[in-house]
Design a protein around this ligand. Sequence first.
Ligand code: C5P
Length: 297
Amino acid sequence: MSGSGQIAYTETLTAPAKVNLSLRVHGRRSDGFHELTSLVVAIDLCDMLRLAPGSPGEIRLECDPPGLPVGDENLVVRAARLLAGRLGAEGGAQIRLEKAIPVAAGLGGGSSDAAAALKGLRRLWRADVSDAALAEMGAEIGSDVPLFFHLPAAVIRGRGERVERVALGWSGWVGLVFSGEVVSTPAVYAALACSPGVRVAEDGGVQAIARCTTAEAIGPHLVNDLERGVFRVCPAMERLLGRVQDAGGRPARISGAGSVVYSLFDEAREATAWVETMRTRQLGTGATAVRAPVPQA
Ligand code: C5P
């Protein structure tokens, strides 16, 4: 049994997953990162983060289910240490992370957890730090962290550090098929084999999608330039995407650098029927449907 039963957590935060509705890669920068434009939307698949005061200077993390790293490899711990360092805080914290978002799935789970940790620790330590300052710290932890300060839908540019909130005309359901594959993000970017240099950044289809009010209208605009890299690193993902599209009879895409395939729906009953089809055909390791967009906690 975990020791969490004895800890009186004083802060509880939800950390939502995201999917990339569009992701265009404009080339490889001199710092090795890739220049992007991406439209992301937060979905109602959420990790939970609980925080309690801890011994001075000590950051303690417990994960449920266990098995994830709880040291500096975990973005939550990195976020806590970074904020403590910036504040010169002696506070310490005990953190419990309840995972629902699969790891390395292209759903931004680790980044969202880090963003939630920054927001929660600001409250726990009564720190006077703006969202903008936290988002900037988040960018030091990972390219996808700042976007979680601009939900429910945002366009990200640069390597992910330039973020703007976007009003989406659509709301509905996102169906997810989990592949069970572990796809490495750096390997996916490397597999794109972009020559150095950045092309003039385009709009990346962002406005076209933002204006749409139905899943059917968005469908043809869904795009992910990382898919080419994902397929090279993990050919099984290309097969899975094809099968999901055929069985579902509608456009499907991979989110981010994999390993989840998603489709959009306006109505809960359509999403439920799609999930049933995916399960019956035993595509991937599981399927579910969740609401989108989900507002910022
Ligand atoms: O920033 P983050 O740690 O999430 O990035 C993981 C890796 O993904 C980077 O080390 C880099 O190889 C790649 N990446 C990239 N361009 C981006 C974001 C990530 O090349 N815009």
